[in-house]
Design a protein around this ligand. Structure first.
Ligand SMILES: [Zn+2]
Length: 639
């Protein structure tokens, strides 16, 4: 966008619409100084430009300058007092800054000036939906759609409403959870219990009391997620979004293109609920994301973001964004790696603040933000001057980065040189170069030269043991050891990997199978649970979870798993129902009978099922009074 705007301004430096777009963009990037400079440029062309004054009001609001905000708004309305656009712009920008409550008030003000102003109506409907004021939001969207069937956003929203109306709603005092019915049936309770745990943990940690329910919606269809979240059926790669009182998330079945851990997503999003509430939505994006990623890692070391070779290089090459402008790194990210790095750096800043100044400093910063104190001032008060903080942080981060594979050489070779050249030549020139070693490993594995592959993998892992991902040396080493017949060694590598990586479904599956063969039920249960955090809809994983729980004599957990096995089209439904009946049999005879009958319906000659039915039948028969006992008493109860 920037390039096109610059071209427009080259053609006409006084083109006000282009300049206004630049102001808008600078505000999004939290670069208020630049935004103000462009506003001044607009005033030199037209000192009465209402939109420019509206943007000034937005910036005043964001700086907690409430008098300035009112003053600029009045100037914006000076020559056209009924102009609904002014309040609409101010409100829309505030909503984009997550201040939906304030944003909604401005849309209402805009509609007071012009009841039929559509942009304000549409924005208000979306503000309501994001605030969790659902009935108002849907009503408004419906009335816009009624009056204008060609309003795309209203049309999309009303289509979405029919989808959400078909969802199952799970309720607790703290959450209203909406999910697609089949998914709710399979893992709705797991989502609810994780949310409940997140609330207890994070409210306690951040000394915050949340006393109203939070709406959580999980969408199997990405375009529904897009409409609910962004107002359009498009998702620029988000797994979940939190608006404060409302969380929207992609369900694990939405297949966003790569494996992801839904538990980590839920934890991350709920953490936003806490920080957005404490700050009353007045926080820079980097801090919000930084704390959420940081808290993922606090909860589970396999979640969140970790140092990778790419991040190591970025940090050591001084490509980190200064803290004061870190939010812009999210907006200006041109690749998904840039975006991921923005998340990672933000979480590192949070980790550094907590390590160097304590969690209380972070909490005090959040409380100050809630009072309207700007971020850099709040940070300086509770840590040190932001420039100094930046300097200290960079040193700390570099130290951390350089610890990754310390003994390896990290000179990045030209990929064009690597490709096609015999790997022996490359290694001879630089035997401990990470990239050469990785390339050599891949080549040896592809050629199934397991012995050589094993040597390289061992060397790599000794220098850099926590290599995550399915391309990493840890997983590759498991593959190599399996191929060489060293099952125990492969098993150890897989156990290591699954402890540090939260979304390697293939590794979990492999480990699960191996653990089952060994009847190592503890590991089998662990691997099955890891797998289900990525894909909670695979029946096979519940089958293994059932067996593991049975092996661990955890009957209740085995029953839970068995209930999901029968719901997920098992390959052998008779066996699945029989197994569940067998587990249920001592505690719940009625349900056991139902499942054994279902097993026999599938396979009437299933001998074990027949026997089980007989024994259930015997157990449920009323005990016949013994003859002599009856003769001893004449009470009617004995009959
Ligand atoms: Zn986030």
């Amino acid at each position: 966008m920037g390039q096109v705007l610059n071209q427009a301004l080259e053609a006409n430096p006084n083109h006000i619409d282009s300049l206004l777009s630049l102001v808008d963009h600078s505000i999004d990037a939290e670069d208020y100084q630049q935004a103000d400079e462009i506003v001044q440029r607009i005033f030199s062309i037209n000192p009465h430009q209402p939109e420019a004054w509206a943007y000034k009001a937005v910036m005043a609001h964001l700086e907690n300058d409430l008098n300035g905000e009112q003053e600029y708004r009045q100037i914006a309305l000076k020559h056209y007092t009924d102009n609904p656009k002014v309040d609409h712009i101010i409100g829309k920008k505030l909503s984009q800054k997550y201040r939906f409550k304030e944003g909604a008030l401005y849309q209402e003000a805009s509609l007071k000036l012009s009841e039929t102003y559509k942009p304000a109506q549409m924005q208000l409907a979306q503000d309501f939906l994001r605030l969790g004021k659902e009935s108002e939001g849907w009503e408004m969207a419906d009335s816009i759609h009624e009056k204008d069937g060609y309003n795309v956003t209203a049309f999309n929203l009303m289509q979405l409403k029919t989808v959400i109306d078909g969802f199952t709603t799970l309720r607790s005092l703290d959450f209203i959870l909406r999910m697609e019915p089949h998914e709710a049936d399979i893992f709705g309770n797991q989502v609810m219990s994780l949310l409940t745990e997140a609330k207890a943990t994070l409210c306690d940690k951040y000394d915050f009391e949340l006393n109203h329910p939070i709406v959580v919606e999980m969408f199997p269809n990405q375009s529904d997620f897009g409409v609910r979240t962004f107002g359009m059926p498009h998702n620029p790669g988000f797994l979940g979004v939190c608006f404060g009182n409302v969380i929207t998330a992609n369900s694990p079945s939405s297949a966003i293109g790569h494996d992801s851990n839904w538990k980590a997503v839920i934890w991350h999003e709920f953490c936003h609920v806490i920080t957005l509430h404490i700050t009353q939505n007045k926080m820079p994006r980097w801090l919000s994301e930084g704390i959420s990623v940081f808290e993922e890692l606090e909860k589970d070391p396999s979640w969140g973001q970790h140092m990778t070779p790419d991040y190591r290089q970025r940090i050591l090459r001084d490509t980190m964004t200064p803290i004061a402008s870190l939010s812009a790194a999210f907006l200006n990210a041109s690749t998904s790696q840039d975006m991921q790095f923005a998340y990672f750096q933000s979480s590192l800043v949070v980790a550094y603040v907590v390590e160097a100044y304590g969690l209380d400093a972070l909490k005090a910063t959040l409380r100050d933000l809630g009072k309207g104190i700007p971020i850099n001032k709040a940070l300086s008060t509770h840590t040190t001057e932001v420039e100094e903080l930046d300097r200290l942080f960079v040193n700390w981060a570099k130290e951390r980065a350089s610890r990754l594979g310390e003994t390896l050489n990290w000179d990045e070779p030209d990929p064009a040189i690597i490709q096609g050249r015999p790997i022996e030549d490359l290694l001879a020139a630089m035997p401990n170069n990470y990239y050469h070693l990785t390339e050599a490993l891949a080549q040896h594995v592809a050629e199934e030269d397991w012995q050589k592959a094993q040597d390289v993998a061992k060397f790599l892992l000794e220098a850099y043991p926590d290599q995550r991902g399915l391309d990493g040396a840890l997983y590759q080493a498991a593959v190599i050891e399996s191929a060489l017949g060293n099952a125990d060694q492969a098993y150890e590598h897989l156990k290591h990997l699954t402890r540090i990586d939260g979304d390697v479904a293939d590794a979990y599956l492999r480990l699960m199978e191996m653990a089952m063969e060994k009847q190592d039920w503890e590991v089998c249960r662990w691997a099955a649970e890891c797998y289900l955090a990525v894909n909670p809809l695979l029946g096979r994983a519940y089958e293994m979870l059932l067996m593991a729980n049975e092996g661990l004599h955890d009957n209740e957990a085995a029953i839970e798993a068995g209930k999901n096995v029968v719901k997920l089209n098992p390959l052998d439904p008779a066996k699945a129902h029989y197994q569940l009946a067998r587990l249920l049999q001592p505690a719940d005879l009625e349900e056991a009978r139902t499942h054994v009958l279902l097993a026999l319906e599938e396979a009437p000659r299933y001998r074990e099922a027949q026997n089980l039915l007989l024994s259930i039948h015997q157990l449920t028969q009323p005990i016949a009074p013994r003859q002599e006992a009856a003769s001893e008493t004449s009470s009617p109860q004995a009959q």
